[in-house]
Design a protein around this ligand. Structure first.
Ligand SMILES: *[C@@H]1O[C@H](CO)[C@@H](O)[C@H](O)[C@H]1NC(C)=O
Ligand SMILES: *[C@@H]1O[C@H](CO)[C@@H](O)[C@H](O)[C@H]1NC(C)=O
Ligand SMILES: *[C@@H]1O[C@H](CO)[C@@H](O)[C@H](O)[C@H]1NC(C)=O
Length: 287
């Protein structure tokens, strides 16, 4: 059983300098989630074939809305004069990952908003949120993205009507606390928007915009991240004038799981022999 877990881990994780790296982006494509009324995403081949020189060549052009799939909201999205995508400094895109996990709360109430008390309690249990953190809200919403069914993602039966959406987010008092008292650099969520679906004035978007804080939406695999002990990398393309843009987000875990580093594996005869025994066990069983 333990060996099976080791093998599963090996298949799941990939390694950078022996550390686990977690992909936190969904694919960008025609079926990726987005708000209704956006024009369709399209990838159109320009060339795809063998050339006279004998080599293969393919390239495409594509059209996309900015706020599709895993993407950033530039601060200018909800605050006039704040940073557009190409103006976001790199130092605001890399930082320690802090996960605020609210699975139960979101399950009981899909309009749940994390408030300041939630964060104060979080800090009492887990320690102070460090300066320049990238805070990530985990509402266990990722499991709704498996088939990219927008009714499931937006938690509605009428995707065309945005007033019917119900998903959790973060309240203005909590957002102000994170920005003014904890000096975070960015905030992400595993839902399609930072404010709760039923908001009328999007306070958290506005607070982030005013303070040049970049927002990340539709963050994937948040449940695989520890509540602290990771470095998060947010890598949007440098779209000139953009109010947002699809993004590759990933995290590198501080702790080095034994299973991540293949050389550790080979250097650990005990572990190696257990894995060999496991395979022998399987082969014997097959025969
Ligand atoms: C998008 O969804 C359609 C319908 O389910 C499917 O046929 C198609 O392969 C999907 N495209 C991509 C790029 O996933
Ligand atoms: C946000 O960024 C814009 C564009 O760089 C800048 O003009 C503005 O002063 C910044 N706002 C704050 C609060 O730092
Ligand atoms: C959209 O949903 C809201 C809330 O349920 C409802 O009041 C409104 O009539 C709906 N609009 C349309 C065009 O169906």
């Amino acid at each position: 059983m333990e060996n099976l877990a080791v093998l599963t881990m090996m298949a799941m994780c990939c390694c950078v300098n022996g550390k686990t790296i977690i992909d936190m982006s969904y694919e960008l494509g025609p079926n990726a989630t987005t708000w209704p009324n956006n024009p369709p995403f399209k990838l159109t081949p320009i060339a795809r074939g063998f050339q006279t020189g004998g080599f293969w060549l393919e390239y495409n052009w594509f059209t996309t809305d900015e706020h599709r799939s895993t993407h950033i909201d530039a601060p200018s999205h909800f605050f006039y004069g704040s940073q557009r995508v190409h103006q976001i400094p790199l130092e605001n895109l890399i930082g320690p990952g802090i996960v605020l996990r609210a699975h139960e709360e979101a399950k009981i109430n899909s309009d749940y908003a994390i408030n300041k008390d939630f964060i104060v309690n979080w800090e009492a249990k887990n320690g102070r949120i460090p300066e320049k953190a990238i805070v990530l809200l985990d509402f266990d919403w990722g499991k709704r993205y498996v088939n990219l069914d927008n009714n499931l993602i937006f938690n509605t039966e009428t995707y065309e009507n945005t007033s019917t959406y119900h998903f959790p987010g973060i309240a203005g008092d909590a957002m102000t606390y994170l920005v003014m008292e904890r000096h975070i650099i960015s905030i992400g969520t595993d839902t399609t928007s930072l404010d709760i679906a039923q908001t009328t004035d999007s306070p958290s978007h506005v607070i982030c915009g005013r303070n040049n804080i970049t927002i990340i939406e539709n963050v994937a695999n948040l449940d695989k991240l520890p509540i602290k002990g990771s470095t998060v990398f947010v890598a949007p393309m440098k779209l000139h004038g953009g109010s947002g843009v699809p993004v590759r987000v990933f995290a590198i875990l501080d702790e080095e799981p034994q299973t991540c580093n293949p050389s550790n594996m080979a250097n650990n005869p005990n572990r190696l022999s257990r894995i060999l025994l496991f395979f022998i066990f399987i082969i014997l069983n097959i025969n």
